[in-house]
Ligand binder design. Structure first.
Ligand code: 13P
Length: 399
């Protein structure tokens, strides 16, 4: 296996020591020199850096903390523990997450919202510096939300291509090295998602990915077949997810996106909410089969979203995936709700709970890191637990 070392170059202009080298064994070795085939790759001055960045984020035992909720959505989350949606409260909440001691042992990247990427801690230290000290790469959500597709049954297209190149340049300057764009596909027993929605979302993801790569950001490509109400089967989700992924990679190819320089963020394969929760082994069997059928081996990492799974379910399912390896890509996490829910509850905005909340976050990250390595033994920091179904993100431009 090729060892990928990422040195200071990806943390441009930061205080990360030269000796901070990160190794990944999850990347398929490429022997000898290969002539690049697309003009996009030949002329992309970031091509090597993109591949290094993606391999770094997908290193063994590492995953992503998704903390890119819009201000409106963060407000809804804060409200669940009785906090107001003020800039100060949002700042304190993100400071709690990013400064948690030891977080960088398990987390290689965090996705941020625009406000947060440019924010400082309450003591005036830029969040990007706090993260870089932890060895965590800053990432940025660049889509601007969902809009209905006319003539469909409430299906959505993701917005945000206008001005995207300029925004990517600004984010790169600020230290971001990867980006996220979330497409949402709804599934039911018979008709959803429509071919219109699949094509529209695949196109949006591909053009977004190309613009990111042209401007130095590794695109997280997120085609979320979202967990929803209904009694549709696990086979149905597997069938739809395979189709969606295949369309997405067809379009990524159309736009000459460099596959070694992206990360995929899909859903695990779960049945509708009216079906009893399947055992981790069943979820894993369908999930790995779906990925093998639809995701090229050149992609370094598949970072699953938690998508409403309980915190423990997300860890157990991640662990179960590893038993179906070895796979060409690493199978790891990019969790929002499954890392934040009990952390936020533990904190509840009270200074005296600060340390306990940070400890909870790190314990959850550690459990998922161990699960990524197939070494998780438990007990889980949040045993049992309900599905976390309140949406973290709202639709609408700029939300
Ligand atoms: P969840 O893990 O809460 O699904 O969020 C991950 C994410 O970033 C979805 O876009």
């Amino acid at each position: 296996m090729a060892a990928v070392a990422l040195s200071k170059s990806v943390f441009l202009g930061t205080g990360v020591a030269e000796s901070t080298m990160f190794k990944s064994t999850s990347v398929v070795p490429v022997r000898g020199h290969i002539v690049m085939t697309s003009n996009f790759e030949k002329t992309n001055r970031y091509a090597d850096e993109l591949k290094q960045t993606a391999a770094f984020i997908s290193a063994p035992g590492k995953g992503i903390l998704a903390s890119d909720e819009s201000n409106a959505t963060t407000g809804k989350r804060l409200a669940t523990v009785g906090m107001d949606n003020t800039v100060e409260n949002r700042q304190a909440w993100r400071e709690l997450l990013y400064s948690a001691p030891g977080l960088g042992n398990y987390i290689s990247g965090t996705i941020m919202f625009d406000e947060t990427l440019f924010q400082d801690s309450r003591a005036g230290v830029p969040f990007v510096d706090i993260l870089k000290k932890q060895g965590i790469l800053p990432g940025i959500k660049v889509d601007t939300g969902l809009q209905p597709i006319d003539g469909t049954d409430g299906e959505t297209a993701t917005q945000g291509l206008d001005g995207l190149a300029e925004r990517c340049q600004k984010y790169y300057q600020q230290g971001a090295r990867f980006a996220k764009w979330r497409a949402v596909l709804r599934v039911d027993n018979e008709v959803l998602p429509s071919s219109t929605a699949i094509l529209e979302n695949a196109h949006g993801l591909a053009r977004y990915a190309q613009i990111c790569q042209a401007n130095g950001l590794v695109p997280i490509v997120e085609p979320e077949v979202t967990l929803g109400e209904g009694d549709y089967s696990i086979e149905r989700t597997a069938y739809i997810s395979e189709k969606v992924n295949s369309h997405v990679f067809r379009l990524l190819n159309e736009y000459n996106v460099i596959l070694e320089g992206i990360l995929l963020k899909p859903n695990m394969i779960l049945p509708g909410l009216d079906v009893p929760t399947p055992a981790p082994e069943e979820v894993a069997r369908y999930t790995v089969r779906t990925m093998l059928r639809s995701v090229p081996g050149a992609v370094p990492g598949i970072h699953f979203l938690s998508g409403g799974m309980s915190e423990e379910e997300a860890t157990l399912n991640l662990q179960a995936l590893q038993a179906f390896g070895p796979t060409p890509w690493s199978l790891t996490f990019s969790y929002g709700r499954a890392l934040q829910s009990s952390t936020l509850k533990t904190w509840s905005g009270k200074e005296e709970n600060w340390d306990a909340a940070q400890e909870r976050l790190v314990a959850l990250a550690k459990a998922n890191s161990e699960a990524q390595l197939g070494k998780y033994k438990g007990p889980h920091p949040s045993p049992g637990g309900e599905r976390i179904l309140q949406a973290l993100r709202l639709g609408g431009a700029g939300k």
